[in-house]
Design a binder for this molecule. Structure first.
Ligand SMILES: Nc1ncnc2c1ncn2[C@@H]1O[C@H](COP(=O)(O)OP(=O)(O)OP(=O)(O)O)[C@@H](O)[C@H]1O
Ligand SMILES: [Mg+2]
Length: 236
């Protein structure tokens, strides 16, 4: 689905992420962990095309039939059109628009727009009672659910989530976790998940990468022994 090879990226001339190889398979959930400043968000921005790759690194993305395309030089809008959706860190929504308007922004103009909104409301039932409320007035957890729902209306094949549980109370973290796990189990969607909550990340993902100072310090399958390896790589 997604294949990064020797990907280097950063800001201006200074690289933050150095020569990363990373794969996300079809219907797979992959977690990227690491301390603050490790380069997790920078990596995601390069994947979705908000910052360019540097040097000879490549980003390849497979279409629904499994044919790979090198998207390294493609603008973000084309990557989104080909099936990526990005939910940035910080529960970002259009604060002055209502929940419904936030969802309609993506749904309008899509053939199944109304049905797609309904599907997301089934997935995040808490949003049903909040449709007429301004997004800026929602709690962090509600806004995060709205941001994920909005991304899903675009019917992505790869959902890219940057710390969906950051700053959110534990009960809502559990809700978001079970929704992501359920989504992935349903099939048709791969997830690249940046997450600092190790418990959540290792539960939701089948494979993980630990970033340290922009390099991969550890990678492997989740499951027995993974948490200890991750903790060691993160020196916690
Ligand atoms: N727009 C920017 N311009 C210049 N440097 C940046 C920019 N954004 C981030 N950086 C730097 O890049 C490095 C990695 O930042 P990044 O946001 O990718 O880390 P992160 O792993 O996502 O951290 P966090 O867990 O705090 O979100 C940091 O040293 C940061 O200061
Ligand atoms: Mg970040």
């Amino acid at each position: 689905m997604l294949r990064l090879r020797e990907l280097t990226c950063g800001y201006g001339r200074s690289a933050v992420v150095h020569g990363i190889d990373l794969d996300v398979g079809v219907d797979e959930v992959v977690a990227v962990m690491g301390h603050n400043g490790a380069g997790k968000t920078t990596l995601l921005r390069a994947v979705v095309g908000l910052i360019p790759a540097m040097g000879r690194g490549t980003i390849e993305f497979a279409d629904a039939a499994g044919n790979w395309t090198d998207v390294t030089g493609r603008p973000a809008n084309r990557r989104v059109r080909s099936g990526m959706a990005y939910v940035p860190q910080g529960q970002q929504c259009f604060a002055h628009l209502t929940c419904a308007e936030n969802l309609r922004l993506v749904a309008d103009g899509r053939k199944r727009g109304k049905a797609l909104i309904d599907e997301q409301l089934d997935l995040f039932p808490a949003l049903r009672g909040l449709l007429t409320r301004q997004a800026g007035l929602l709690s962090g957890g509600q806004r995060q659910q709205l941001a994920i729902a909005r991304a899903l209306i675009g019917e992505p094949r790869l959902l890219i989530l940057d710390e969906p549980t950051e700053g959110i109370q534990p009960t809502v973290v559990a809700e978001i976790e079970s929704t992501i796990v359920a989504l992935a189990a349903r099939g048709g969607l791969s997830v690249l998940l940046v997450e600092q909550h190790l418990g959540f990340a290792l539960q939701a993902a089948s494979r993980y990468y630990v970033l340290r100072s922009g390099r991969i310090a550890s990678e492997g399958e989740t499951g027995t022994g993974a948490e200890a390896r991750v903790r060691e790589a993160m020196a916690i």
